[in-house]
Design a binder for this molecule. Structure first.
Ligand code: GDP
Ligand code: CA
Length: 322
């Protein structure tokens, strides 16, 4: 079936879930029409290197270079350098691949030379042959911090070192109030024909982006429909601690509570077939919903979910006002 071009599409994105959806969108939307606004709250410095995990996951996936098994890093990469550092007694729980190091070295030295993260990311996108525009949410530093029963942890300490085991009391986004949206972010939201919230962790991937002053407001006011894809399947995330975070913060991990986190800006939600029983509750909250198999293990599933999102956006945009 031939489909009309949807026009400009802008996606709010974390890491793996977003990358899987973007792989599908890139198959059905011309690259020049696709913009991704990426979370940088996970960014951190390891061994003096500036690492932007979510940007890298999206960049490597769209470049066809990602490791499908791990979900992060480069396919076929080796870990000699990080293991050699361990012999000097350095902590190496955050794994950095040998070829992956080039990305962080480039980013770090360019930043030291005064370049902005958005400029650096654009150069890296071009160098890896990716046509999709990848924008960090901000060029200013924002750091997600997790207050746990075992004290305050940086996001990577919580997720990678502690494997998301400590119970979460609060999540903070240091620097977010003073952060400015990176150049291009607000226009990409204002000028989009379709706005998509990727199936990413709502607290540590999407919330930091929405917290950058001006972003949430731009989404609320945007003419385009805002469609989210649920990262939860049958009450469980495909990976990561989204369900535990929701429970710790007093919410049931289901699509209705997920939608509640975006209720001021959401028009539609794509959820998994296994969660179809939530459709009436979503419709009652004036959220158009559609179900499909949202597990994007293969490129074909990514494309199918992307098509479902565009289809729902079209349905919302052409529905008579109620
Ligand atoms: P990451 O930890 O940096 O990869 O950040 P994300 O927030 O983007 O990734 C974790 C989220 O992606 C989890 O909540 C997962 O449920 C979601 N996710 C990963 N793969 C898939 C998938 O194939 N389908 C759906 N619906 N969600 C996914
Ligand atoms: Ca992430």
């Amino acid at each position: 079936m031939k489909r009309a071009r949807p026009g400009k599409v802008t996606v709010l994105a974390g890491g793996v879930g977003a990358a899987r959806l973007l792989r599908g969108l890139a198959a059905v939307v011309p690259a020049r029409d696709l913009t991704v606004v990426v979370n940088t709250g996970d960014d951190d410095v390891f061994h003096g290197l500036h690492v932007s995990p979510d940007i890298d996951t999206i960049l490597y996936t769209l470049a066809g270079l990602s490791d499908p098994g791990r979900g992060w890093g480069l396919r076929g990469d080796t870990f000699h350098a990080i293991d050699a550092l361990a012999r000097y007694g350095r902590e190496t729980w955050f794994r950095l691949g040998d070829r992956d190091l080039a990305t962080h070295l480039y980013r770090t030295t360019e930043r030291a030379a005064g370049r902005r993260l958005s400029t650096i990311t654009e150069a890296q996108t071009r160098a890896l042959g990716v046509g999709v525009r990848i924008l960090p949410m901000s060029d200013d530093p924002v750091r997600t911090v997790i207050e746990t029963a075992r004290g305050r942890l940086s996001f990577q300490e919580y997720l990678v070192r502690e494997r998301a085991r400590p119970s979460v009391r609060a999540i903070r986004y240091h620097g977010v109030r003073k952060a400015r949206p990176a150049p291009g972010v607000l226009p990409a939201i204002r000028n989009a024909r379709v706005l998509i919230v990727a199936p990413s962790n709502p607290f540590v991937s999407i919330a930091p982006i929405l917290g950058v002053p001006g972003v949430r407001d731009a989404l609320r006011r945007a003419a385009a429909p805002v469609i989210a894809v649920s990262p939860l399947i049958g009450g469980r995330p495909v990976k990561g601690p989204a369900d535990r975070m929701m429970r710790s913060l007093g919410m049931r991990p289901d699509p209705v509570h997920l939608a509640g986190l975006y209720s001021d800006l959401l028009d539609g939600l794509v959820l998994d077939d296994t969660d179809a029983r939530f459709l009436p509750a979503l419709e009652a909250r004036r959220i158009r919903a559609a179900t499909t198999n949202t597990l994007m293990k293969t490129p074909a599933r990514s494309t199918a979910v992307a098509q479902e999102v565009l289809h729902l956006a079209h349905a919302v945009a052409t529905a008579p006002a109620s």
